[in-house]
Each structure stands twice: as structure tokens, then as C-alpha cells.
Design a protein around this ligand. Structure first.
Ligand SMILES: Cc1ncc(COP(=O)(O)O)c(C=O)c1O
Length: 376
């Protein structure tokens, strides 16, 4: 079976991890943590990086650091992973949804203004499957209404967005737009530490607060006195050692992923009955996942296509189910009577193909042949 994802760990990963084991620095103390944080923050063009143990808690830490709580609303896409809503709900705040854009599958930014209320405190854009959200209109709204941006770049390491395209165009990396910007380093990401995450920011005070809350809110001046409840969201030195090695070859990883994305597009886009994610002229996606959306009338849905591809040795994954359809959230009284038709179609008709950093050209050709066999 060709796996949906396989990491590449053939750089300095083994050497750095071995150093941790040989020196005994296996906890969240050790020099790889700061080195990993600095190298990733600097790649994203940010002043600070605060490493945590996964991308879900990176989002939660961001919400907590901004002191969002009961009554506060955070606008986010309906088409995203549950982590986005969890991060907000765990802090007692309320997720408010907008539908996906039918072409980029990211949040439809034109729907955001209508969802802003006096309780809105933040917007959480999510760069879906490696394609940047159209950030300029969001940044403008945030400025106008005094909202924070919590950028979820968990799927978009190294992706770029052309900001100020009408006046002073500039390519900027995802992860550079939020007051706080969050990453996941799960094993299927472009940079992995197995499990891991990071919040990056330019704000010195927020960075300090993130560090405090990550580490049980220990006060430096008096250990074991706690003025507030923090979290243990620490990453280990062993994971950071892997991360440091991964960041060393991010340039090559991004090139590989863009090549794989372009090859899938070229080979599959003209097959009748399917749609693929559209890369806008203002976006350089990293094609974290290469998705197919079946059109109604194609004779397939995501489940039936997945079965046929599995029989041909190709692993796939279904798309996210909309947040508005999650029983765990609906039971809390959220999203009652709301509907998000684009998200619904993506969820029912979408799946993604093997897309990992470790995918070989030969494997990709096998995947393409299998898709053509079933659909063409
Ligand atoms: C958009 C998005 N946000 C957050 C997360 C959560 O990251 P983690 O799995 O590291 O908790 C993911 C995970 O894949 C994700 O895709």
C-alpha cells in the first residue's frame, strides 16, 4: 500500500537525537529546544518561537495567552480540524464559523465581516492543505475592529502569500501574519518532530506569556508559587533535536512538495467529474495534501473512491467533516440551524491522495495510474 504519508528523517536527525541520548538531555531542558525555536521563528520571519507538544495545544496556548474566555467569540472556518474549535471551547470562548471558498477550500474571507459582533475578539484563519488564506482582507478587518489574528499555519510550512498585491506586492511566508501564528509538527507535516507544535510571534510580552503558560505558569522569581493556572505543553529536547534537523532542509522539502503538487495537477485536473484545489496567483501553496473532490453525478463519492483506490494499493484519507456537523460541538449548543454548503460538499465528496515528503516519483506515478483507472 502506498501510504498517505511518510516522513523523511535522513538528515542530521539521528546524529542530534543520539547526542540527546548520550548526554542525558531528554526532557524539555537542553539546547535543541531554543535552537529549534530560533531557527523556525527566523524562517517564518518572526522574533520569537515557543515550542509546545502538538499543534492543538499551540492553538489553545495562543487563545489562553490572549486572555480569551467566556463570552468571547473567535471566527474560524467550518472546514477545518476540530483542534481549532477545541482550542477556543477549552478556554470557555465561542467558535463562530464561516464557510469555505469553493476554489481554495480555505475560509471564504468575504463572509467574515457579517459574523463580527461586539463579542468578537479574534479571527483564526487556517491555511487549508498548504494553500494560504487571502490574508489582506482579514488583516484589514482585524485592524478596523481591533481583533487579534490567531493564524493556524499547521498545514502550511513554507507556503507563501502575496501581500499588498495592489500597492506594494511582497511574498510573505505563512506563519508571519498572526499576532500569534501556530504550527503542528506531527509526522505528516513538512517539518516534523513526531508530535510537536510551535507558536511564533513578534510581540515580546506575548512571547513571555506563552512561555509562562506553557510551563505550569511557574514564576521565575519564586518557583512553586502560581498566580494563575498554566499548562504543561512542553516539547522535549529529543523532539526538538529532530525538529532542528528538519528545519535545516525546509527549502528542499518545499521544492519537493511543490513538484509533487504540480505533477498531480498536470496529470489529474482534466479528468471529468473531479475538482482539485485551485492555487491562486497570489499564493504559493506547499500542497500539504493533494485532494480530489468528486462532482455529484460522477458515479462516486469519497467513500466508494477510497475503497477502489485501496484495492489498487493506494491509501487515501477523507476530508475534514465540517465543525458544524461535529456531535461533540453540537451537543454544547453550538451551530444550531446553521448550514455551510461548500464545507458539506467538500466533506462528503473529498479525499486526499498520498502526498508525503517521502513519496517517490514511482509511487506518485502508481497513484496517478490508479486514479485514472478508476475515474477516467
Ligand atoms: C489545520 C490544523 N490545525 C491544527 C492541527 C493540530 O495539530 P496536532 O495534530 O499537532 O495537534 C492540525 C493537525 O493536523 C491541523 O491540520
Amino acid at each position: 500500500m502506498i501510504p498517505v504519508n511518510e516522513p523523511r528523517l535522513d538528515g542530521h536527525e539521528l546524529e542530534y537525537v543520539t547526542e540527546c541520548l548520550q548526554t542525558g538531555w531528554i526532557s524539555s531542558a537542553g539546547h535543541f529546544i531554543a535552537e529549534f525555536e530560533d531557527s523556525w521563528a527566523s524562517y517564518c520571519g518572526r522574533r520569537h518561537g515557543v515550542a509546545v507538544c502538538n499543534g492543538t495545544v499551540a492553538l489553545q496556548l495562543a487563545v489562553a495567552a490572549l486572555n480569551l474566555g467566556p463570552g468571547d467569540e473567535v471566527i474560524m472556518p467550518s472546514f477545518t480540524i476540530i483542534s481549532c474549535a477545541m482550542a477556543v471551547v477549552y478556554q470557555g470562548a465561542v467558535p463562530v464559523l464561516v464557510d469555505a471558498d469553493p476554489a481554495t477550500w480555505c475560509m471564504d474571507v468575504s463572509q467574515v465581516a457579517a459574523k463580527i459582533t461586539p463579542r468578537t475578539k479574534a479571527i483564526m484563519p487556517v491555511h487549508i492543505y498548504g494553500h494560504p488564506v487571502d490574508m489582506d482582507p482579514l488583516l484589514e478587518l482585524a485592524k478596523k475592529h481591533g481583533l487579534a489574528i490567531i493564524e493556524d499555519a499547521a498545514e502550511a510550512h513554507g507556503a507563501q502569500y502575496l501581500s499588498n498585491r495592489d500597492t506594494d506586492p511582497k511574498w510573505q511566508r505563512c506563519g508571519s501574519f498572526g499576532d500569534l501564528s501556530c504550527f503542528s509538527f506531527y509526522a505528516n507535516k513538512l517539518v516534523t518532530t513526531g508530535e510537536g507544535g510551535m507558536v511564533v510571534t513578534d510581540d515580546d510580552a506575548l512571547a513571555e506569556r506563552l512561555r509562562l503558560l506553557r510551563n505550569l505558569a511557574f514564576i521565575p522569581s519564586q518557583r512553586f508559587l502560581h498566580e494563575e493556572l498554566g499548562f504543561n505543553f512542553r516539547l522535549t529536547n529529543v523532539q526538538a533535536a529532530i525538529g532542528k534537523a528538519q528545519v535545516e532542509r525546509i527549502g528542499e522539502t518545499v521544492e519537493t512538495k511543490r513538484r509533487v503538487g504540480a505533477r498531480y495537477l498536470e496529470a489529474l485536473t482534466s479528468i471529468p467529474g473531479i475538482r482539485m484545489q485551485v492555487e491562486r496567483p497570489w499564493a504559493r501553496s506547499v500542497w500539504w495534501m493533494n485532494g480530489l473532490v468528486l462532482e455529484k453525478g460522477s458515479g462516486h463519492n469519497a467513500v466508494s473512491l477510497a475503497k477502489r483506490l485501496a484495492a489498487l494499493g493506494v491509501e487515501t484519507r477523507p476530508f475534514f467533516l465540517g465543525l458544524d456537523r461535529q456531535p461533540a460541538l453540537r451537543r454544547r449548543g453550538l451551530f444550531d440551524g446553521e448550514s455551510y454548503p461548500v464545507t458539506e460538499e467538500l466533506a462528503d465528496m473529498g479525499l486526499y491522495l498520498p502526498s508525503g515528503v517521502g513519496l517517490t516519483e514511482e509511487q506518485q506515478e502508481t497513484v496517478i495510474a490508479a486514479v485514472k483507472q478508476v475515474l477516467a
